[in-house]
Design a binder for this molecule. Structure first.
Ligand code: HEM
Length: 502
C-alpha cells in the first residue's frame, strides 16, 4: 500500500513538472556557445530530447559535438546531475591527468557497478583504488606475468581457437559461425586463467557455458543498463523491492561471488600445501601473497575479469569485419606474418602494421565507447566550459574517432597508414599519438593496466587466424555498434571460415 501511495505521488509530481515546463520557454543555455546543446526547459532540462534519442545516444552526442565549436556539450536531465560530454583532447587531458584528483569516478558511477564489483580496482577511488593500482602495476611489469600470459595465450590459440575454426572450415560447405561469440569465449578463458588460475574452457562448444560465465554476462549487462535509465531512482526502487531485472541481477551477482570465493578457497588450500610453480603465477596468487584479505582479493580479481573479458574480443571482431571490406589491408597483415607458423613473443614486437590496424579499428569502434567521472569541486575546462561540483563529466572515444577536427576530413575511412610517419633513416615507423586524442585505453594515472597485454593478445590472434584462414562475413550489411559497458556488434559477426591456400 505504501509503495502504491509513493508511486501515486511520484506520478502526480512528474505530471505537474512536465506541464509547467512545457508551458515555459526553453532555457537560455549556460555555455558560451549554446547552439550545440540539446533543447532544454526549466526544471526538466533536456529530458525530452534525451528520451527521444535514448536508443541512439552515440549518434545524437556525436552530431551535437560536431556542431559544437569546442566539441563539448552540456545535457541537463530531470532529477539527474548535469552531464558534460566532451570530445576535445585538451579537455580530456585536463580531466584524466592535469586535474585528475578533481575527477574521480564518483559515487554515482561506483553505485552502478558496486553490487557486482564491490571496492575492486575498476570501481574504486582514492586510497582504496591507489593501493590496488600500485600492487597491480607492479605485477604487470613483471617478466614472470608476461611469460605466463604468453604461454596461456599460445595454448589457447593453438589447442582451442585454431581447432574450433578448423572444424568450421572442414565442415562440408563451410559452417556459419559467430566469430564474435567465439572470440568472447576465447577472451573469457584467457582472462580467467590469468586472473584466477582457473580454466572455464568456454571454447568447448559442446558443453554448456559454466554458471559463472553466464552469471557474469547477466550481471554486467543489467548493471550497465542501470546507467541508461533516465531517472536513476527507478532502478534503485526496483532494487529495494527486489523485482524484475534487479532481482535477476541480485541472483547473478550471488552466483559470481560464490563461484569466485570457492576458487579462492581452493587456491588458498593448494598454496598452503606448497602448490606447483604454475599455481603461483596468476593474479589471484599474487594478490593473496601480498597479504590482502579474501573479500578484497575477490573484488580485485572480479574487476580484472570485468575489465579484460569483452574488450579485446570487441576490438578484434570489428577488425575482422573491417578487413573483409579492405582486402589490400589484410594482404599487408599477411605479409607481416608470412612464413611464421607459430608466432613468438619477439615476432609480436615487429608486427607494427597489425598494431596500426588494431588502433584504426578501435578509433572507429572503441571497445569502451564512453566513460564518465564526477567532479569533486567546481572547475573550468580548458575550452571554457564551467563544471559544477557533482556534474557528470564524460569523455567520449567513439565521438572523438569521428571528429574532423581531431582526425581530419578522412576520419570515416579505415586507413591504418594514418598511424605511421615517414623517417628518412628507417622508412615508415609507428607515430606516437597523444593518448588524450585517442583515449581508447583511457589515459593518465588510470590508463588501462592491461593495454600491453591486450595488444599482445590481439596481435597473436589476428596473425595466427589470418595466416591460416579466410574470414568471410555472411551478410553484406554494415554491422551495428552497440555501446553497453563494453561495446559489441549487434547480432554477432556471422562468418564462413575457409582454409587459406598458400
Ligand atoms: C582492447 C582491449 C582493452 C581496452 C580498449 C581497454 C580499455 C580500458 C579503459 C577505457 C579503461 C578505463 C575504464 C574506466 O576507468 O572506467 C580500462 C581500465 C582497466 N583495464 Fe582495460 N582495456 C582493454 C583490455 C584490458 C585487459 C586485457 C585487461 C587485463 C586483464 C585490462 C584491465 C584493466 C583494468 C584493471 C582497468 C582499471 C584500471 C584502473 O582503474 O586503475 N584491460 N581499460
Amino acid at each position: 500500500m505504501e509503495t502504491l501511495t509513493a508511486f501515486f505521488f511520484l506520478f502526480l509530481t512528474l505530471g505537474f513538472i512536465l506541464i509547467f515546463s512545457l508551458s515555459t520557454k526553453p532555457q537560455e543555455k549556460t555555455q558560451t556557445k549554446p547552439s550545440s546543446n540539446p533543447t532544454s526547459y526549466p526544471l526538466i532540462g533536456s529530458i525530452l530530447s534525451f528520451n527521444k534519442n535514448r536508443h541512439r545516444l552515440l549518434q545524437w552526442y556525436t552530431d551535437l559535438l560536431r556542431l559544437s565549436p569546442s566539441q563539448t556539450i552540456t545535457v541537463d536531465l530531470l532529477f539527474n546531475r548535469r552531464t558534460i560530454v566532451t570530445a576535445n583532447p585538451e579537455n580530456v587531458e585536463h580531466i584524466l591527468k592535469t586535474n585528475f584528483s578533481n575527477f574521480p569516478k564518483g559515487k554515482p558511477f561506483t553505485d552502478l557497478l558496486g553490487d557486482l564489483l564491490g571496492g575492486g580496482i575498476f570501481n574504486s577511488d582514492g586510497e582504496l583504488w591507489s593501493s590496488q593500482r600500485k600492487l597491480a602495476s607492479h605485477e604487470f611489469t613483471m617478466r614472470s606475468l608476461k611469460e605466463f600470459t604468453f604461454e596461456i595465450l599460445r595454448e589457447e590459440v593453438e589447442n582451442r581457437l585454431v581447432p574450433v575454426l578448423s572444424s568450421a572450415a572442414d565442415y562440408d560447405g563451410g559452417r556459419t559461425v559467430d566469430l564474435q561469440e567465439i572470440l568472447k569465449r576465447f577472451a573469457f578463458d584467457i582472462v580467467c586463467k590469468v586472473s584466477l588460475g582457473w580454466d572455464p574452457d568456454c571454447l568447448d562448444l559442446t558443453r554448456p557455458v559454466p554458471a559463472l560465465v553466464e552469471a557474469f554476462d547477466v550481471a554486467a549487462a543489467i548493471s550497465a543498463r542501470r546507467a541508461t535509465e533516465p531517472v536513476h531512482a527507478v532502478w534503485k526502487l526496483k532494487r529495494l523491492l527486489n523485482v524484475g531485472s534487479e532481482r535477476r541481477l541480485r541472483e547473478a551477482i550471488k552466483t559470481v561471488h560464490v563461484s569466485v570465493s570457492e576458487i579462492i578457497r581452493a587456491k588458498k588450500k593448494s598454496l598452503a600445501l606448497g602448490g606447483d610453480v604454475c599455481d603461483k603465477k596468476d593474479l589471484l596468487s599474487r594478490f593473496l601473497a601480498a597479504g590482502h584479505g579474501e573479500e578484497a582479493v575477490r573484488d580485485s580479481v572480479i574487476s580484472f575479469i570485468m575489465a579484460g573479458r569483452d574488450t579485446t574480443s570487441a576490438a578484434m571482431t570489428w577488425l575482422f569485419w573491417l578487413l573483409s571490406e579492405n582486402v589490400n589491408v589484410e594482404d599487408k597483415i599477411l605479409e607481416e606474418v608470412r612464413n611464421k607458423e607459430a608466432l613468438g613473443f619477439e615476432d609480436l614486437r615487429e608486427m607494427s602494421y597489425t598494431k596500426a590496424c588494431l588502433c584504426e579499428a578501435m578509433r572507429l569502434y572503441p571497445p569502451v565507447a564512453w566513460d564518465s567521472k564526477h567532479a569533486a569541486n567546481d572547475d573550468v575546462l580548458p575550452d571554457g566550459t564551467r563544471v559544477r561540483k557533482g556534474d557528470k563529466v564524460t569523455y567520449f572515444p567513439y565521438g572523438m574517432g569521428r571528429m574532423e577536427k581531431v582526425w581530419g576530413q578522412d576520419w570515416d575511412e579505415f586507413k591504418p597508414n594514418r598511424w605511421f610517419e615517414e623517417k628518412p633513416s628507417t622508412g615508415p615507423v609507428l607515430k606516437s599519438v597523444s593518448s588524450f586524442k585517442f583515449p581508447v585505453f583511457q589515459a593518465g594515472p588510470r590508463v588501462c593496466i592491461g593495454k600491453e597485454m591486450a595488444f599482445t593478445q590481439m596481435k597473436y590472434v589476428v596473425g595466427s587466424v589470418l595466416s591460416r584462414f579466410e574470414i568471410i562475413p555472411v551478410s553484406k550489411n554494415r554491422p551495428v555498434f552497440v555501446p553497453l559497458l563494453t561495446a559489441h556488434m549487434a547480432g554477432g559477426l556471422k562468418v564462413k571460415i575457409k582454409r587459406r591456400e598458400h
